[in-house]
Ligand binder design. Structure first.
Ligand SMILES: Nc1ncnc2c1ncn2[C@@H]1O[C@H](COP(=O)(O)OP(=O)(O)O)[C@@H](O)[C@H]1O
Ligand SMILES: O=C(CO)[C@@H](O)[C@H](O)COP(=O)(O)O
Length: 498
């Protein structure tokens, strides 16, 4: 009898669930969106209850789409949006809305961490204390909501909360824990030094669990609610970018991926923790055992496109809207866009920068604006590749995943802007597939994630750079690079008018 696993990808815009068989075929998938609240400029929050509603509804939809018996689904694991702070009281109740990875209210706390620990912080956590990471969020709650902080008994990350609700086991998984910047990344343990320096009781930090470790099974109550079998084995899961890398087969040195979700990421596998990008890129524990990955992050990648669509074409379908950019040309008839809608992380750690359209001309059409948005997002990924290049790393190809990888036009644009072949997989659901692979390996179906990738990760097409477009895009990228310094002070002054 064929056996199955489920990968639950708890994204920022939606939860995606994948039912995958032992051969790696995605036999069914379902998705449920949830809202994102921005109560003030720079704030970004979600209600963990919305995640639970979304996950359960998506599992119902998944089961309804197939006649696979729940008892044939042997395991389930997760991929989760990173860094989001979920504060729990002693009974496991959520104390306030989750503060997400793209929330930048924490500039003062980030500066405070740098002032206090500086280079030592980078040496322990292998990262700079950027606004999006969890420790500055914890400090923000401690300083601004002391009554809530006083009630906190533990904190978890988004997918760890969902796993807790499904199994009753409260743990934090290692690859995601790295993104709290409270971890000794090379030592794979909580840093007592950091907790002590910032007055965070170590009792708040839950036990750590590895990605392929079984934490338990579903509670009878959640099994009854979801329609899954109570014996379903539940595994730790991973940070969405770690899972995206696994689902893209990025499991060897020199392999790299580009992910266009709500955020945008360029990531490469690091076999050990010796890589040193001096804090210009993140370095985290991989969900693959004893490995690491480095990455740069564009805060508003797919989010910029979604913002543009819901603002100017709310009633159109995504695919024709994106395809309308084909009627424009490289450079969008002289229009450039920078995707700094919520500030930026890589290469500019700047919560105050905002996006811009430069070169608006009366001959331009809406298609030019769509094209400029796609190009601006893609140039922001090129910025990350330039950091890798400055550190001696050039990639032979990049595997492209995430919602943005649905678009052939955007995939070709990536090949042209990066002057690098772009690999499209049979499914763009890299993080969800990675989550399913963690369950498959946890169940012992494969000895290693690499063995599992050889079976599960299938290439659909490779997009080769077009030399004429590469030349055009090089000139345009040179202009793009000049937009940040020219708009930094100007857009910061406009924030007061928001
Ligand atoms: N047909 C499409 N073509 C190109 N991009 C798309 C398409 N549909 C959605 N997207 C982009 O994909 C993004 C969502 O990607 P996804 O990987 O699901 O994100 P997340 O995991 O953050 O929820 C959206 O912000 C949107 O810009
Ligand atoms: O903050 C980061 C990585 O450091 C983001 O990449 C989040 O992990 C959200 O991912 P998506 O929802 O865009 O997949």
């Amino acid at each position: 009898m064929m056996k199955y696993v489920i990968g639950v990808d708890l994204g920022t815009s939606a939860v995606k669930v994948l039912l995958v068989d032992q051969k790696g075929a995605v036999v069914a998938q379902a998705s449920q969106p949830y809202p994102l609240a921005q109560p003030k400029p720079g704030y970004s929050e979600q209600d963990p209850e919305d995640w639970m509603r979304g996950v359960t509804a998506a599992i119902h939809e998944l089961l309804a789409k197939t006649d696979v018996a729940p008892t044939a689904i042997e395991g389930l694991s997760y991929s989760g949006q990173m860094h989001g702070l979920v504060l729990l009281d002693a009974q496991g109740n959520v104390l306030r809305p989750a503060i997400l990875w793209n929330d930048t209210r924490t500039t003062a706390q980030s500066a405070e961490i740098t002032a206090k620990m500086g280079a030592q912080f980078l040496a322990i956590t292998r990262n700079r204390p950027l606004e999006g990471f969890t420790l500055p969020k914890l400090l923000w709650v401690k300083e601004n909501e002391p009554a809530i902080f006083a009630q906190a008994a533990s904190f978890v990350l988004p997918k760890d909360y969902v796993r807790y609700r499904m199994t009753g086991h409260l743990e934090m998984e290692l690859s995601d824990a790295a993104g709290t910047v409270m971890l000794d990344v090379a030592g794979k343990k909580w840093s007592d030094e950091i907790c002590e320096a910032f007055g965070i009781p170590t009792s708040l930090c839950p036990p750590l669990v590895e990605a392929t470790k079984q934490v338990g099974t579903l509670t009878p109550a959640y099994a009854a609610l979801s329609g899954l079998d109570p014996a379903t084995a539940v595994f730790g899961g991973g940070a969405d970018n770690a899972c995206g890398a696994i689902g893209a087969g990025v499991l060897q040195p020199q392999q790299a991926m580009c992910s266009i979700g709500t955020s945008g990421v360029v990531l490469t596998y690091e076999p050990d923790a010796t890589a040193d990008y001096h804090g210009h890129l993140h370095l985290f524990n991989h969900a693959a055992p004893n490995a690491f990955y480095s990455m740069g992050v564009t805060l508003a990648a797919g989010y910029s496109l979604s913002w543009f669509k819901h603002t100017f074409a709310p009633d159109e379908e995504f695919t024709p809207f994106v395809n309308s950019a084909a009627t424009s040309i490289p450079g969008a008839h002289g229009l450039l866009f920078t995707p700094y809608l919520v500030g930026e992380r890589t290469p500019y750690a700047d919560a105050a920068i905002r996006g811009s359209f430069i070169g608006v001309d009366s001959k331009q059409t809406r298609a030019d604006f769509v094209r400029a948005v796609l190009e601006g997002i893609t140039f922001s990924f090129r910025d990350i590749l330039e950091i890798y290049a400055a550190n001696g790393k050039a990639f032979k190809q990049l595997v492209s995943i995430g919602g943005g990888a649905k678009s052939p036009l955007w995939l070709q644009m990536q090949a042209d802007v990066f002057n690098t072949p772009i690999v499209r997989l049979t499914s763009e659901q890299g993080p969800g597939l990675g989550a399913a692979m963690l369950a498959a390996v946890g169940l012992g179906w494969f000895a290693t994630l690499q063995d599992c990738a050889a079976q599960f990760v299938q290439v659909k097409q490779v997009y080769q750079p077009d030399p004429a477009a590469v030349t055009q895009y090089q000139k345009l990228y040179d202009c793009y690079r000049d937009v940040y310094p020219a708009t930094k002070n100007l857009t910061a002054r406009l924030i007061d008018f928001q």
